[in-house]
Design a protein around this ligand. Structure first.
Ligand code: BG6
Length: 496
C-alpha cells in the first residue's frame, strides 16, 4: 500500500496521482496495490477521487474515463492530522482494513508529500505508532519473509547541513538506510538516466572525459515561469536550495563521477557520494569570483520578484544562481563545472554542455580566419524541453579552397525511439516499491551536497547578495555578473 501524507497538496494531485494512473494504464502497478491519502480536510474516498479526476485529466499521458474509474477504486482517503500521535491508531486500523480488502501482502510505502516542517513530527509519530517494525527486526527475524515498510522523502531535504543531518538521524531511528528513499525527480528523467549509458556503454567518450580534453562543463536549468503563487514558500528557500543543492548537483554527479564497479545501487551511489565529496570548498573571501545571484525584474505578466505578495520588499533571496565548482581529484583538477538556474529566463531549457579544449596545434589557422571565434568541440545533452544528444565538430565546407565550419550530429530521443517520456515520478515510485534505490540519494550525497553550497547560504554570501533587486530582466539569461564568471576566463554560456 502507498500511504501519501499530504493528500490534498499540489504535488500529490499534479504529479503523484497522475503518474500512478499512467502506470496503472500501462499495467505496471503491482496487483493489490492501493493508495491511501492522508490529510486534514474531512472528505470521503469518493470526495477525494472526484477532486483528483480533473488533475489526472490534465496531467496524465492519456486520459480514459473507464481506466480512471478502474484505478480510482484503488484510491482511498483518511482524514486526520499527520503530526498528532492520536491519528495513528485509527490510521493503522484503516491500513489493515484496506490490506485485507485489496488482498495485498501488507507492505507499506509511506510518502512524505507534505511541508518539510512536518517531516520530523510524522516520522516520530510513525515510530510511536508501531506501524514500522521493519527497523527493529533486522537481527532477529527473517527479513525477506516479512512485509516491509519504506519511506519516500521529498526535497528540500533539510535547510542546511545541520538540519539534513538531524533529519537523517530522525529517519535512521525508525527506518533502515535501505528503506529510506530520498527522491529527486531529476533522477527519474529518462535522459538523465541515459547519461550513464552514454558514458559507460560506449568506448568513444570515456577516454576523453577528463581535464586533459574537457575545458569546462555547463549545467543549466532555466525556466520561463516565475515563482507566482509559491512566492512565500520560495522566499524561504531560493534557487540554491530549490534547484542547485538537489537537481543540479545530482546531474553534475552523474556527469563527473568515476565509472561504478557495477550498475548496482550501492556502487552507483558510492561513486556519486565520492564525487560530491570531492567538490572544492568555495573560498568565503572571494565568492564573487565563483558565484553570481539574481532576482528577476517585473513586466506586464508578473511584478518584480521582491514586489510579489508574500515576499518582503527588501528580500535577498535569489531567483537566479550561477556557480563555478571544481574538483580536487585526478580526473577533473582544473576543469570547472558551471551550474546555472533561474526563474523567468529566456527559455525553458535544461541541458548539459561539455565543452572540449581546442586541438593542440592550429593546423588550419592560416587558411581559416574564423577559427579563433569558433568554439572547439562540444557535446550538448538536452534534458528538457526535448531530450537528445548533439555533438558539434568542425567540418570542411564543400568547394574550392579550405574553409571550415561547425557541423552537428544529432540524436533526438523521441524521433529515434518514438516514445513519449514518462513522468519521472511514476518509475521512481515503482522503484521504491521494488526496493531499488539506484535513483534515490544516499544520506552521504545529500549531506555532501549541502556542504558544497553552504558558503553561498551563510553570512559570507552577503558579498554576492547586494543589489539583487531586478538585476536581470524577465526573458533574459540572468544578471551580467553571471556572464562575468565565464568571460573572466575567456568562456561563454551556451544560451540556445
Ligand atoms: C522543483 C522545484 O523541484 O523542480 C521547482 O521546486 C522547479 O521550483 C521544478 O520549477 C523544475 O522541474 P522540471 O522537471 O520542470 O525541470
Amino acid at each position: 500500500m502507498l500511504v501519501i501524507f499530504g493528500a490534498s497538496g499540489d504535488l500529490t494531485s499534479r504529479k503523484i496521482i497522475p503518474a500512478l494512473y499512467d502506470l496503472s494504464v500501462g499495467g505496471d502497478l503491482p496487483a493489490g496495490l492501493s493508495v491511501l491519502g492522508v490529510s486534514r480536510t474531512v472528505m470521503t474516498d469518493d470526495g477525494w477521487r472526484d477532486r483528483l479526476g480533473p488533475w489526472v485529466k490534465d496531467h496524465a499521458r492519456r486520459y480514459d474515463p473507464v481506466a480512471w474509474e478502474a484505478f480510482a477504486r484503488r484510491i482511498h482517503y483518511f482524514a486526520g492530522s499527520a503530526s498528532e500521535p492520536a491519528t495513528y491508531q485509527k490510521l493503522g486500523e484503516r491500513i489493515a482494513e484496506l490490506t485485507d480488502q485489496h488482498g495485498s501482502r501488507g507492505n507499506i510505502l509511506f510518502y512524505l508529500a507534505v511541508a518539510p516542517s512536518l517531516y520530523v513530527p510524522i516520522i516520530e509519530c510513525l515510530d510511536q505508532s508501531g506501524l514500522v517494525p521493519e527497523g527493529r527486526r533486522w537481527c532477529s527475524l527473517d527479513r525477506d519473509a516479512m512485509p516491509w515498510q519504506r519511506i519516500v522523502v521529498e526535497k528540500p531535504f533539510g535547510h542546511d547541513v545541520a538540519s539534513a543531518q538531524e533529519l537523517n538521524r530522525t529517519l535512521g531511528r525508525v527506518f533502515e538506510e535501505d528503506a529510506i528513499y530520498r527522491i529527486d525527480h531529476y533522477l527519474g528523467k529518462e535522459i538523465v538516466q541515459s547519461l550513464l549509458v552514454f558514458r559507460f556503454a560506449n568506448t568513444i567518450f570515456e577516454p576523453l572525459w577528463n581535464h586533459r580534453y574537457i575545458d569546462h562543463v555547463q549545467i543549466t536549468a532555466a525556466e520561463t515561469v516565475g515563482v507566482g503563487s509559491r512566492a512565500a514558500y520560495f522566499n524561504e528557500v531560493g534557487s540554491i536550495r530549490d534547484m542547485i543543492q538537489s537537481h543540479l548537483l545530482q546531474v553534475m554527479a552523474l556527469v563527473a563521477m568515476e565509472p561504478p564497479t557495477s550498475f548496482r545501487n550501492h556502487h552507483i551511489r558510492q561513486e556519486k557520494a565520492k564525487i560530491i565529496d570531492a567538490i572544492e570548498p568555495l573560498p568565503l573571501d572571494r565568492l564573487e569570483d565563483f558565484a553570481a545571484l539574481g532576482q528577476y525584474g517585473g513586466d506586464e505578466h508578473e511584478p518584480a520578484y521582491n514586489l510579489l505578495d508574500g515576499v518582503p520588499e527588501a528580500t535577498t533571496t535569489e531567483t537566479f544562481a550561477a556557480i563555478s565548482l571544481s574538483f580536487d581529484n585526478w580526473r577533473w583538477a582544473g576543469t570547472p563545472f558551471l551550474l546555472r538556474t533561474g526563474k523567468r529566463m529566456a527559455a525553458k531549457r535544461t541541458e548539459i554542455v561539455v565543452q572540449f579544449k581546442r586541438p593542440p596545434a592550429g593546423l588550419f589557422a592560416h587558411l581559416d580566419t574564423d577559427a579563433p571565434q569558433r568554439l572547439a568541440n562540444r557535446i550538448i545533452i538536452e534534458i528538457a524541453p526535448d531530450s537528445g544528444i548533439s555533438m558539434r565538430f568542425d567540418g570542411k565546407v564543400p568547394g574550392l579552397g579550405m574553409r571550415l565550419d561547425t557541423v552537428a550530429m544529432d540524436f533526438d530521443y523521441s524521433e529515434r525511439f518514438g516514445a513519449v517520456a514518462i513522468e519521472a515520478y511514476g518509475p521512481l515510485i515503482l522503484d521504491a516499491m521494488r526496493g531499488d534505490q539506484t535513483l534515490f540519494q544516499h544520506r552521504y550525497e545529500v549531506e555532501g551536497a549541502w556542504r558544497a553550497v553552504m558558503p553561498l547560504l551563510g553570512p559570507a554570501s552577503e558579498s554576492i547578495r547586494r543589489n539583487l533587486h531586478s538585476n536581470y530582466a524577465p526573458g533574459s539569461w540572468g544578471p551580467p555578473a553571471a556572464d562575468r564568471l565565464l568571460t573572466a576566463h575567456g568562456r561563454e554560456w551556451h544560451n540556445p
